[in-house]
Write a protein that binds this ligand. Structure first.
Ligand code: BGC
Length: 389
């Protein structure tokens, strides 16, 4: 069986190499002298061939390439959490290092601002536009205009919804991230809070961000059975995403909600844990609990922000989920180089329906971080490693 499988993977690898070798459309762009090395493209596609189920290996038709020094636009939603601030810097550096002319902007969480920025990227001749949307479903018109102009559109970190104008999305699996958050909360409770049942509360991210309901769904797939069997008690009873969401991912709104939950439901009661969708919200909830005279609750988180890395190291916070920005930006730039060289979008790791089409997803694996594995996880991240002192 194993032999059979590896023979199959070899076959698909050879097939991929032949396909990549045939990659039409290369003749169209004679100005592209610093194209991505063919080997790199082939290797990436081959690596993904082994992962993607057969049904998901369909590729978009080959495209003709574009100039090696073309304009590439990047529109980010805001710089309010560390991951977006890192992406802002890393896109500038990595795109310039790859020979492109980057236009990198952030929309301060405002949909009209993001629409205008993308519009001006189109006017400035961008060949690819990378978008981390403020609101996943509010960019259809401007993205369709970009697609009609032949511009390739790549979603970054967040899904682009309700539009056919998207060629793929690069992200850490968002449902998977939620599952890791739910499991980390359960593990932390068992480790730090003795025997159950445990009193907990649930928080979600910004409702306009397509990641937020997915994080929550993933987490609830782990937590709901434990709520059902009585191991976990959501004391407030607030268990729907809409009740638990945090408008605009605003930490102060999360802290205000935690304050009122504690005041309303926890007099004479201990809170043991809080499901938190990212690090900023986790720190806000911990702060609220401490101010209300509670012990530190076990929390989940996301982004491995510097402050949280320090808190975990000092034992003030239980966990986060790392989704390294340099790897996600690197993956995006690799795809842009593939397109520049005249190839089709690489084979995705999976697909998801965005309301209008099945969108190709290029997913990297998120990793849970606790004090136990923190040095190992950041072994190659000198910035974060430096914080562990
Ligand atoms: C990102 C998180 C981030 C959040 C708020 C989400 O879409 O995946 O990394 O913490 O937005 O900015």
């Amino acid at each position: 069986m194993k032999k059979c499988l590896s023979a199959l993977s070899m076959l698909s690898l050879v097939f991929t190499i032949i396909l990549a070798g045939c990659g039409g459309g290369r003749t169209a762009d004679t100005t592209s002298t610093t194209q991505a090395p063919a080997a790199q493209t082939t290797q990436a596609a081959a690596a993904q061939t082994t992962q993607a189920p057969a049904a998901q290996t369909t590729q978009a038709p080959a495209v003709s390439g574009f100039a090696a020094d073309a304009v590439v636009g990047v529109s980010l939603p805001w710089l309010g959490t560390q991951n977006w601030a890192e992406a802002n810097d890393m896109f500038k550096t990595q795109l310039a290092a790859a020979g492109f002319k980057p236009i990198v902007q952030q929309a301060d969480n405002k949909v009209p601002q993001q629409q205008q920025q993308i519009e001006s990227m189109i006017q400035n001749g961008a060949k690819v536009i990378v978008v981390g949307p403020v609101d996943g479903s509010q960019l259809g018109t401007v993205l369709e205009e970009a697609a009609a102009a032949g511009i390739k559109i790549i979603g970054y970190d967040r899904l682009l919804e309700n539009t056919t104008a998207v060629d793929g999305v690069v992200q850490f699996g968002s449902v998977k991230t939620g599952e890791l958050q739910g499991q980390a909360l359960l593990d932390g409770l068992a480790k730090l809070k003795g025997a159950g049942p445990y009193n907990i509360e649930l928080f979600g991210g910004g409702p306009a961000d397509p990641n937020a309901p997915n994080f929550f769904t993933g987490a609830m797939s782990v937590l709901q059975p434990k709520i059902d069997d009585g191991t976990l008690v959501v004391v407030s009873g607030q268990k729907d995403f809409t009740q638990c969401a945090t408008l605009d991912w605003d930490n102060s709104k999360a802290q205000a909600r935690m304050d009122s939950l504690l005041a309303g439901f926890y007099s004479g009661k201990k809170i043991d844990g809080v499901l938190c969708p990212n690090d900023g919200i986790a720190r806000a909830c911990i702060t609220s609990c401490l101010q209300a005279g509670q012990d530190t609750p076990v929390t989940s988180g996301l982004d491995a922000e510097n402050e949280t890395v320090q808190w975990i190291w000092q034992g003030k916070e239980y966990s986060t989920v790392a989704k390294p920005t340099d790897a996600l930006v690197g993956k995006t730039v690799e795809i842009i180089k593939t397109l520049q060289a005249g190839n089709a979008m690489p084979i995705p790791t999976s697909t998801t329906n965005n309301g209008k089409k099945d969108v190709a997803l290029y997913e990297l694996p998120p990793v849970v971080v606790t004090k136990d594995n923190i040095k190992e996880v950041f072994a190659n991240d000198p910035g974060r490693l430096d914080l562990l002192k």
